[in-house]
Each structure stands twice: as C-alpha cells, then as structure tokens.
Ligand binder design. Structure first.
Ligand SMILES: [Zn+2]
Length: 182
C-alpha cells in the first residue's frame, strides 16, 4: 500500500519568549528601552498560571505559522514545560536570570534580580527534572550587563557538565552595547 504523508519544510524560532509574546504590541513607536520597561512592568502582574496560558497561545500560534522547533529563553521557563509536554513540541529552553539589579530603574519596571547560587541550583534542578530528547533544558544568563561573571561562568560550567548549550542575549539595546564597550 502506498504511504500517504507529506514532507514539508519546518521553521525554527531561534529565540522565543512565549509568556511575553502577547505583549509585543505594547509601546509601538517607543524606543526599545521603553518597550522593555513596559514588558517588565506587565511581567510583574502575571502569576505563573497567566504565564502558562500565554505560553500555550504563543506556541499554538507558532505551530500554526509553521514553526517546528522553538528556542525559549526566559526567567520563568518552569511555567512552560507543561505546554511543551502537552503539545509534544520540540524545544530547547534556557533559564536566563539576572543577578545584578538595574538600580537606575524604578522597581515597578525592573526585571527581577535573583541570588546567584539560588539560580544556578534552580537551573540545574530544572535540567534534572525536565530535560528530555524532545524538550531540551539548556543553561543561560540574561546579558553581560545584568549578569555577574560568577553567574555566567557557573551556567557555562553546568552546560559543559550536562553537554548542552549556553544561551545569553548579546545585547538588548544600544545602551547595553555601550555598556559592553565601556
Ligand atoms: Zn530575548
């Protein structure tokens, strides 16, 4: 009997923040820094169930658009594992925390700052709890501006230990680029 199936090309979303996806229309026309402030302000009023629900919507939208493989980076990837497992989606995830506070910003528009060792332990726990062939759990840090050397190097050590990759934003705005140059 003739096999009945199609082979179609798939798209790879190489950098995805599913629980923030529905916020992407915020602050249209504002500069990137102000958009990030709005994003972090809305993150502060989401509870974990909101993040899971928003992730379902974003992943379904991605699948509908033809995405067959996702790379999810974020500070709350633990709210997304249920989504990937339920939908059977191929994905790699990296917890990308910050451990240096952005003191120049009001607390209402800041991303959360974490304790370095606590995040390293959390990232290793997430890897040991959720890493599979289909849902890969990598290691990461937010960026060079708001992550200490200890956090970045600790996450890279964990990536080597478990033979997975390390993920970090190179720069999220011109301000960050300037900070690296300085
Ligand atoms: Zn990002």
């Amino acid at each position: 009997m003739e096999a009945v199936f199609f082979i179609t090309p798939g798209l790879v979303n190489a950098h995805f923040h599913p629980s923030q996806q529905l916020n992407r229309a915020l602050g249209i026309g504002l500069g990137h820094d102000k958009q990030m402030d709005l994003l972090h302000a809305t993150d502060q009023i989401k509870d974990p169930k909101d993040s899971t629900l928003l992730s379902y919507i974003a992943v379904l939208e991605g699948l509908k658009a033809g995405t067959t493989c996702f790379y999810s980076a974020g500070s709350n990837i633990d709210t997304q594992f249920e989504v990937y497992k339920t939908l059977g989606v191929r994905v790699a995830c990296a917890l990308i925390p910050k451990d240096i506070a952005s003191d120049d910003k009001h607390h209402s528009i800041r991303a959360k700052t974490w304790q370095t060792n606590e995040r390293l332990e959390k990232a290793e726990f997430l890897h040991n709890s959720f890493h599979t062939e289909l849902v890969r759990v990598h290691f990461g840090a937010v960026n060079v501006r708001y992550a200490s050397d200890e956090l970045i190097l600790g996450m890279i050590d964990l990536a080597h230990k478990y033979n997975v990759h390390f993920q970090m934003h190179a720069a999220e705005s011109m301000e960050y680029v300037q900070n690296v140059r300085n």
